[in-house]
Design a protein around this ligand. Sequence first.
Ligand code: ZN
Length: 842
Amino acid sequence: MSALQRSEAIRRARLLDVRSYTVDLDLDRGEEVFGSTTVIRFGCAEPGADTFVQLEAAGFRRAELNGRPLDPGALAGHRLALDGLAAENELLVEAELPYSNTGEGLHRFTDPADGAGYVYATLGPDLAPRLFACFDQPDLKAPFTLTATAPADWTVVANGAPAEHRDGRWAFHPTEAISTYLVTVVAGPLHSVRAEHDGIPLALHARRSLAAELDREAPEIFEVTRDSLDRLHQLFDRRYPFGEYHQAFVPEFNWGAMENPGCVVYRDELLFRSAPTDADRELRAMIVCHEMAHMWFGDLVTMRWWDDLWLNESFAEMLGYRVAAESTRFTGAWTGFAARRKGWGYDADQRASTHPVAGNGTQSVAEAMGNFDGISYAKGASALRQLVAWLGDEAFFAGVNRYFERHAFGNAELADFLAALAETSGRDVRAWADAWLGTSGVDTLRLEVRVEGDTITAVEVVNDGTRPHRIHLGVHDLHGSGPRATVRRRADLPVELGPGARVEVPELAGAGRAALLVPNDGDLSWAKIRLDEDSWRTVTGSLSAIEDELTRAVLWEHARDLVRDGELPPAGYLDLVAAHLPAESAVAAVEAVLAFARTEAIGRYLTPGDRPAALALLGRTADALLTRPGAGHSLRLAALRGAVQSADAPADLERLRDWLAGTGLPEGLDLSPDLRWAALAVLAARGATDETAIAGELDRDRSDAAEQGAARARAALPEPAAKERAWAALFEAGTSNRLLAATADGFWRSGTEELTAEYVRRYFEAVPVGGRRGDRVAAVLGHSLFPRDRATDEVVAATEACLRRPEPTPALRRSLADELDDLRRTVRVRRLQAPGLQTPGR
Ligand SMILES: [Zn+2]
């Protein structure tokens, strides 16, 4: 196994000019392997030179370079040496490749609902050689022509538009020049829905057992697709460049979606087998817009190398939220960004593994996946919002369009984007980029307020950081008192802050005292905030009375940040949640707050002994939201999910059992399949259900989601035999990506101190080697299965020792290092709460 190094990619790109790929796949060879025959035509700048092609074959049949046979035995480390190149070359490679069950390469899935088989390819930084022989690096682009053989009842979809199909043979038109990581094929007895918009053929596909869900969701997905296409066609000079626009919803997908040109692939949970909230729908709309933005940012113009991943993801992230907010019915999308997306990035930006937005330092494709993180997405998008706030829309999109024009169907780097932007804007964008894209870490913007009586004498905003910020300072007043009080915006003052600056806000000198001042109100920047005392008092007393939902989202995130920094005890956070979440109306904020309260504030920062009382309080909070007069369906569904997940006391578990039996459910709600499985996992962890009940539920529900739900519940059972079976599934090859993740999710939920201590020890013995089964397995074992609630010095030391061992792959190392960071933070936060130690006021 030899991961491609950047230096090798640079050399190969100088040497080769790939003219075309022709790939023929045989998907009708049973469930283990498929046939892959590739013809690559390519030029070579230095005839006589040598290079290598990549392939991960199970059986290697034949290879010929310019008609000369190559020795199949020479394939080593997934590389086949090619020597004596001519000026123009033709390489033929015929091989048999294994299907994957980890969502990496050509994934094969058998639907337990009806036994039907499906395959789809998802490639990413280093997986294309699991589908076809190729020069796998983003800057060797070429047109790609696919043919395929498939079982008679299958439909095959790919990047190119379908050309013809007869008797199980499928042919597709050549694509434009695309990168190898963007190639896909999706096949099986698919259910499809077609439409057309603005001359572009549209299609949606899903497996047969989700036909009803696809038919139900198609109108909304098409509506968002059309809205997004129209908006991007307004913003960009160049129309959608890849012919037809197919969107396939596939099983066991590792990410949210993948932007393959002409054929976007989504996780099929986005078809909502279980009832969704509006926030779930909003998130899906954002993903649809995000993937479409990639057709330009990533697919038309592609980063030259993985260290410029931001050129793909930061732009798609920013446009995903922006287009959803301004052109679809999901006008509150930025609230979701503030409430539940940015935290992912803020956390990443405060770990040792943080990196600049641009130039993330990737030297080898083995490290590339680690940087698909909250920095490349959420922080990059925030940086671009700052750029737009500074330059204005017109100059920004003029630069974007020049960038597309100059690099269409090619590759680019940070400097190329800045050059285009500098030309069209006439501004010093490089200095801006140095500060915003070339540095790591989070700035803190804090307030210093002086008052005399009812009058403000001075307000200063202090930038304790290294970047310039263009923000708004929100000034809010409290009107009325008690439950009818509202906190209403008085003014929204633009503030420009240089690096390290202390800026006085002249508009407020001599003004009446305000109840609440919020730096970065409107959430235009990337920064932690610290409030003055009066403002924090208003937050604790009246957070839910603030009229603006985006302001509330910024403040919920602020409270989360205070907990993580040890400035607000978890109990104080839970009090804030109990006081204000029942009146919150932004569903995305409700979901984010309930999740953080349960898994982090309680599950991580509180010690086990303090958890039952905290879970009881959180359960009462969810109940209060559930029974709030006038609360809409989405809010109540979010609350129901919270109530299920936080059930802990015997009476609450009894209620869960009633709900599962169909009695006593809150008016107008029922337990959808996913919630039934969530409830069973909670009951299992408390020893309040058993294998008979789990098997009975599997009889009712034959889906793959049910199999995952059963795996989670079984792993959660507090019985030695159940733990041992789960452990075997986790550390033996063969378990699919989703069953692995579900088992990991259930594992630590239960067990006596003695039982779990034993597995903590075994974890650190087994994970360095167990995590060598690919990036996905490494992510599950190194992240999902990490014993994160065991925040002791011993576990910190064991993780450090594990990282000193030679076995962990770069992907596993990154997961473990990030968990270690979080564990140290947990130890710090817990120490601050220990009896006898003073805890800060907020
Ligand atoms: Zn993306």
